[in-house]
Unconditional design. Structure first.
Length: 249
């Protein structure tokens, strides 16, 4: 049976305290170190040592964070009320500044993204918001990146996720799209009629210079009528005979 004296107990406590300073940081982690309240250079990855009592370490994840920006009520420049949400991708590039410059960089990035989303979308018209998403995404990313640079955060990407329109606006846009399709159909039909009339005029000009072409066209018409298997009886009468008859009358 062993009896530990005060010196042995102190040695054990000191050993445990020294061992507790050994930390293991993953490849994507860095340790922000405060030594007696003063920030020193970050440490990691791998095995690092934090002096017990004297130093304190905060782990920072350097991987890209995917953050969903909640739907925001936005009034566009042409006075249309919509709900817009987005996805924000960012990562910490300077662990010390991410801790020193802002209290909670995750919460701060979320709030800033919501404000910027409302501001940028409110400056655009509805058609621009729907058709030029890439432009809106780039603008939001540029503004966020400029604001978060002082926090040691890099905004990698911003993507508009959903744009919810009021029911009245959806019906109006559906009517507009239908009217546009009808307009295009009428234009195509009119263009086809115009081209057909041009071809008919060219054919008439050719036939007028070639009398035999009229008889060939007449015979072709007879073949087309006979091919339809109907009960129509066609009696071909020479045009010259009709002219002679009318002249005598």
């Amino acid at each position: 049976m062993f009896v530990y004296g005060p010196l042995a107990t102190f040695a054990i406590i000191l050993s445990l305290l020294v061992i507790s300073g050994i930390k293991i940081l993953k490849e994507y982690e860095r340790g922000v170190i405060f030594r007696l309240g003063r920030m020193v250079a970050p440490r990691g990855p791998g095995i690092v040592y934090v002096i017990p009592i004297v130093e304190k370490m905060i782990r920072i994840d350097l991987r890209t964070v995917t953050m969903n920006v909640p739907p925001q009520d936005v009034i566009t420049r042409d006075n249309v009320s919509v709900k817009v949400n987005a996805v924000l991708y960012f990562r910490v590039v300077d662990p010390n500044r991410a801790i020193r410059e802002v209290e909670n960089y995750l919460f701060a990035a979320t709030q800033l993204a919501q404000i910027t989303l409302r501001s940028v979308c409110g400056e655009a018209e509805l058609d621009e918001l729907l058709a030029e998403r890439e432009k809106i995404n780039t603008r939001i990313q540029t503004i966020l990146d400029a604001q978060t640079e002082t926090w040691g955060i890099k905004v990698v990407l911003v993507e508009l996720k959903d744009i919810d329109l009021p029911q009245e606006m959806q019906r109006a846009m559906a009517k507009q799209a239908e009217a546009e399709r009808e307009r295009r159909a009428k234009v195509i039909h009119a263009d086809g009629e115009f081209q057909a009339s041009e071809k008919l005029a060219e054919a008439a000009a050719v036939i007028a210079t070639q009398p035999a072409a009229v008889h060939l066209r007449f015979l072709q018409s007879l073949v087309e009528v006979a091919a339809e298997n109907n009960h129509t009886v066609v009696l071909p009468v020479p045009v010259d005979l009709l002219k002679t008859w009318f002249n005598k009358a």
